[in-house]
Design a protein around this ligand. Structure first.
Ligand code: UT7
Length: 333
């Protein structure tokens, strides 16, 4: 784990936002088109419902709504933002970056921007990129979004995947700690192990399997997943990341753990392995399912609204996903 930043600018969070589409897809709705049941989904995952974007909404639409809330929370205007980082694997299109449209729609006239593709780890990685760019002095106000419309890449004939995921967006504005006055960035980690395209991927549409009649017939543009492998990997890395924080700071310093909202059972198993009670975790997976890069971002804003971010205490955000990739961001609220 990296040391707290020393000899550089201290960084904090000035504003948080989240947005989820209005349409709810319940487990009972899913029972109508795949061979599944509310009982199976709730027992195996903890998910009761998820949100689905409307036809005229794009990933940027969701990100902009979350970003506006974060700007309001920070008391900032879009034009003050200098850099937009959008973590997503379901951008409006492969290119240009979704961040470009988000920046334009919030009025960030002078900002730079790019997308960051690290699947479910995306927001947590992007918060570290932003924090370090502010710490270095290169930028002072960065908008980080985690936004996904996973329903557009789900195969609603594949019960192994379609019940698990949903759509949504979250956003955070990073700036220097003297302005933000809260959410000090203490460090984090970014890890990966390649060669897992058969475990979790959207195989079609890239240079490996460009779009063709064949790729469509083989349904390669939909997400494919080996759920059990992801399950074991997620429990192991999540518990390991939390244990590292405990070793360095002590259990009592932790105020809340806001993990990637992957599966209630994964979260419970990892917390058990880390030796921590479930009441230290913030969970909203029952309402939204797994929203990939948006999940930690949405949960962070909801934890804030629920009064779960305690002044002076650590906020630990572990995430993990396709790649395989994993890491965490550590804040002191
Ligand atoms: O952000 C990372 C993204 N990845 C994930 O979120 C997935 C992580 N993994 C998981 O959440 C779990 O592995 C699952 C929820 C996907 C599956 O739970 P499991 O306890 O690992 O179940 P399983 O894979 O052992 O499957 C048990 C059975 C299988 O039937 P058979 O082969 O034993 O007859 C599956 O076909 O459950 C069946 N099954 C379903 N049954 C009803 C799989 N999906 C469903 C479903 N409804 N939706």
């Amino acid at each position: 784990m990296a040391d707290p930043l020393i000899g550089v600018r201290r960084v904090g969070i000035a504003g948080l936002g989240r947005y989820v589409p209005e349409k709810i897809l319940s487990n009972a709705d899913l029972e109508k088109f795949v061979d599944t049941s509310d009982e199976w989904i709730v027992q195996r995952t903890g998910i009761k419902e998820r949100r689905i974007a409307a036809k005229d909404q794009y990933t940027s639409t969701l990100a902009v709504a979350a970003a506006q809330q974060a700007l309001d929370d920070a008391g900032m205007k879009g034009e003050e933002i200098e850099l937009v980082i959008c973590a997503t694997v379901t951008g409006d299109q492969p290119f240009p970056a979704t961040a470009c449209r988000v920046g334009m729609e919030i009025g960030a006239k002078n900002a730079g921007g790019f997308d960051l593709a690290a699947a479910c780890s995306g927001f947590v990685f992007a918060t570290q990129v932003a924090s370090n760019m502010i710490a270095s002095g290169q930028y002072s106000k960065i908008l980080v979004c985690g936004a996904e419309i996973l329903s557009r890449i789900l195969d609603y004939k594949d019960r192994n995947t379609c019940v698990l995921f949903g759509d949504g967006a979250g956003a955070a504005i990073f700036t220097t700690l003297d302005i933000a006055q809260r959410g000090e960035y203490l460090g984090g980690s970014i890890s990966m192990k390649g060669g897992a395209e058969d475990v979790l991927a959207q195989p079609g549409g890239g240079s490996r399997h460009p779009a063709s009649l064949d790729s469509i017939e083989q349904r390669l543009h939909f997400m494919k997943m080996g759920g059990t492998k992801v399950f074991r990997f997620a429990v192991r890395v999540f518990a390991g990341l939390v244990r590292d924080v405990i070793e360095k700071y002590g259990k009592d310093e932790i105020g809340v753990i806001i993990p990637h909202q992957v599966n209630q059972r994964i979260i419970e198993s990892a917390m058990d392995q880390a030796g921590l009670p479930m009441d230290m975790v913030f969970c909203n997976i029952n309402k939204y399912g797994n929203t990939s890069a948006a999940s930690v971002a949405i949960a962070l804003r909801e934890a804030y609204d629920a009064g779960r971010l305690e002044k002076g205490k650590l906020v630990v955000m572990p995430a993990f996903g396709a790649g395989m990739s994993w890491g965490h961001t550590l804040l002191r609220w």
